[in-house]
Design a protein around this ligand. Structure first.
Ligand SMILES: NC(=O)c1ccc[n+]([C@@H]2O[C@H](COP(=O)([O-])OP(=O)(O)OC[C@H]3O[C@@H](n4cnc5c(N)ncnc54)[C@H](OP(=O)(O)O)[C@@H]3O)[C@@H](O)[C@H]2O)c1
Length: 237
């Protein structure tokens, strides 16, 4: 919000919109009363992102993606929240308005072993547009805002509690599947936040189960000690 500075009525484009970061950005932009165009990698993801409130959701793998982007942004783009780079950036940059803001959060299309050159060089792609349109691009790293975490998390939790912010946990079970689960992100096979559950055992054990299984020896021991103390006292009397 501090970097993109979305204003009511502006057009915000979010790439990687069905991911952990993107799905929240879509909803926060809607809460700021912006028109939101979301980009994701499958029709199923697009349907989910639309259900979160996006005005338009486009599949960047569709053959008509670039022309669809143009039609979806008749007044140009004021804020671009960049999670991906590559073909999404190629389609969005020519549509940026003068003084548009680009929040550079991630460039997943460029993380490959070859330096992501297969997906094009994002800096070369952006440079003429940046000058001509006086575009403001700022990188964002979440560790910069650690001091603000209590306030930000408080606000986000408040929105979740009011039902204004939805999230999806994309869970893979078993520590042995961690590598596959992480690699899967690069194939786009997650929807929402990918998390790895270390085992089938629920992370938070219900209180009753905790008392029965883990705390039983202590409960029984404490009960025995109290009873023994009570008996010893009554014998002395
Ligand atoms: N700056 C920070 O502090 C910070 C913090 C966390 C994450 N990030 C970055 O933010 C971005 C999103 O992170 P996330 O955790 O929310 O991940 P995510 O969006 O939940 O998962 C990554 C998604 O990126 C898409 N993708 C993968 N390879 C792609 C490619 N070659 N071209 C286009 N899209 C591709 C896939 O979705 P599709 O099916 O839609 O292709 C995949 O599901 C990433 O770039 C990540 O590195 C930055």
């Amino acid at each position: 919000m501090d970097i993109g500075k979305p204003e009511e009525g502006e057009t915000v484009v979010v790439s990687g919109a069905a991911g952990a970061v993107g799905s929240l950005v879509v909803q926060l932009a809607k809460i700021s009363k912006c028109r939101v165009v979301a980009i994701a990698g499958s029709d199923q993801k697009c349907a989910w992102v639309k259900s979160l409130g996006a005005d338009v959701a486009l599949n960047y793998k569709a053959s008509d993606f670039r022309s669809a982007m143009k039609s979806a942004c008749p007044s140009g783009v004021d804020v671009y929240f960049e999670n991906v780079g590559g073909s999404s950036a190629e389609a969005v940059f020519p549509l940026l308005n003068d003084f548009a803001r680009v929040v550079a959060c991630g460039m997943i299309a460029h993380y490959e072993a070859d330096g992501g050159m297969a997906a094009g060089n994002p800096l070369a792609l952006y440079s003429p547009q940046i000058v001509i349109k006086r575009i403001h691009i700022q990188g964002f790293i979440c560790t910069d805002i650690i001091p603000k975490f209590p306030v930000i998390i408080g606000k986000l939790v408040g929105l979740v509690m009011k039902g204004k912010l939805k999230y999806k946990m994309d869970e893979v079970v078993g520590v042995e599947n961690s590598i596959k689960a992480l690699a899967g992100i690069f194939q786009g096979n997650n929807m929402g936040k990918r998390v790895i559950r270390m085992s089938e055992q629920p992370a938070v054990m219900p209180m009753r189960q905790f008392l029965m299984l883990k705390a039983r020896p202590f409960v029984v021991g404490a009960f025995a000690a109290v009873t023994a103390g009570f008996l010893a006292k009554s014998r002395k009397k």
